[in-house]
Design a protein. Structure first.
Length: 81
């Protein structure tokens, strides 16, 4: 069953819950924290950033994906399918 969902960078989509799950899983695979900058003792003082979009960790896409994968909305949508 297709439902309307709002997903990052794409906006409203008419996807099944499985399709939204796949998109969220892809975001979690590709938006990973990394440390930027020189090595050595300074490395520990550098903030984590997203390796994909470069935003401070945790970036909005990763937070949305994690929120979706653990949300009650997702659980209820799976029950309706």
């Amino acid at each position: 069953m297709y439902m309307r969902h709002h997903v990052p960078t794409l906006g409203p989509v008419a996807w099944s819950t499985a399709e939204v799950d796949d998109y969220a899983a892809e975001l979690l695979r590709t938006h990973r924290p990394v440390r930027r900058g020189a090595g050595g003792w300074l490395l520990r003082r550098r903030p984590l950033v997203c390796g994909r979009c470069g935003g401070l960790w945790a970036c909005p896409d990763a937070m949305w994906a994690l929120g979706w994968m653990t949300s009650l909305d997702r659980t209820l949508a799976l029950d309706r399918e």
